[in-house]
Write a protein that binds this ligand. Structure first.
Ligand SMILES: [Zn+2]
Length: 353
């Protein structure tokens, strides 16, 4: 098989992102790194070590829409004329990148307000979104792939498989012949993947249950006969089934910690986060901790051990069947008839008319 070369581009917070060069015809990059001077230099240097230039690239395939995986697509296309192939939903996001990320930004603001994050903390972290805006760029997709399609890339055939959860656009690119898959941030060796909670395309009154979708996606991946997984950050994964088992155990433990925090009484998601992480972490990463708590609460709501009550000033969570006596409660208990804890109510502000 043709060689695969790992190129690492620097990133704040998470150290680096992997760009995969697939030597072979057509010369392909899986993911690109962020749109930054450091990112571009790292890509050029990595290609240079192989005697290549950006102008030589024929094809770019992003694993998902996040800026560290797509930021340089437009730059690479402008210099090389490369084609872009992407899963339909990543193609859609790329075509409307600015509008979509602005919508994510305002949705996230309301999500945080609804779940107890003080406005001052939200204001102090606006830089997160400025960073996304500054290091991303819209991209056009020439070959829009559907779940299950196969594309020739770097001297091999890759099957694209949708694996939503970490983001709505996540995909695996699987070379079945060598049992190798490019997996983006779907499964990482060193850290558990976060699951973003974003506006749904067609509001149905429900909050997207990203973690439930993610665990379902992980199960599908664990059932596949894969030898090597090349991921978006950090090391290669060689025993994906053991790693998936470990991630499931971690989710279970985090759910237990949330239940333990709720022993002290009902709380909003940000209040629960304060039991789970340091004051500094919850102050500096309010959106990530809210995503993390909400996505685990969804698992607990789903199994009926937790219930959600929505008040005018936001949602509170408690052990199942808690019944707070509080003024201003709008809606309580189980709106869907799916067991005591099940709630798929939408976070504040985006309730459909
Ligand atoms: Zn990502």
């Amino acid at each position: 098989m043709e060689r695969t070369v790992q190129i690492q581009a620097p990133l704040p917070h998470i150290h680096s992102v992997n760009i995969w060069l697939l030597c072979g015809d057509p010369l392909t990059l899986v993911d690109t790194g962020p749109r930054s001077d450091e990112g571009l230099s790292a890509l050029e240097a990595g290609l240079g070590r192989e005697g290549l230039r950006i102008e030589d690239i024929d094809l770019v395939i992003p694993t998902h829409h996040h800026l560290d995986h797509t930021g340089l697509i437009a730059t690479i296309v402008a210099r090389s004329g490369a084609r872009v192939a992407a899963l339909d939903r990543a193609a859609e996001y790329g075509a409307h990148y600015v509008e979509r990320s602005e919508a994510d930004r305002s949705f996230s603001r309301e999500l945080m307000l609804h779940h107890g994050v003080p406005e001052s903390v939200i204001e102090a972290n606006e830089g997160f979104w400025d960073y996304i805006r500054d290091t991303s760029e819209a991209y056009r997709t020439d070959v829009v792939l559907s779940d299950g399609d196969v594309i020739a890339a770097g001297g091999r055939n890759l099957r694209i498989l949708a694996r939503p959860g970490h983001s709505t656009t996540d995909a695996l690119l699987v070379d079945e012949q060598s049992a190798t898959a490019f997996v983006g941030d779907h499964l990482l060796a060193g850290i558990s993947s976060n699951t973003e909670i974003v506006p749904v395309a067609e509001p149905t009154g429900s909050r997207p249950q990203a973690r439930i979708q993610y665990l379902d996606s992980l199960k599908q991946t664990a059932s596949m006969p894969l030898g090597v997984l090349l991921s978006g950050h950090g090391d290669v994964v060689s025993d994906h089934r053991a790693l998936v088992r470990r991630r499931f155990a971690e989710h279970r433990r985090r759910c237990q910690r949330i239940l333990a925090a709720l022993e002290q009484g009902p709380a909003h998601a940000y209040g629960i986060a304060q039991h789970l992480w340091s004051a500094r972490t919850v102050a500096e990463q309010p959106l990530l901790v809210v995503w993390e708590v909400l996505s685990h609460l969804d698992l607990l709501l789903d199994e009926g051990t937790v219930s959600e009550h929505i008040f005018d000033d936001g949602s509170r969570y408690g052990k199942a069947r808690f019944s707070p006596r509080k003024q201003g409660e709008r809606r309580a208990g189980n709106p869907n008839g799916q067991g005591p804890g099940t709630s798929i109510l939408y976070p504040g502000g985006h309730r459909p008319a």
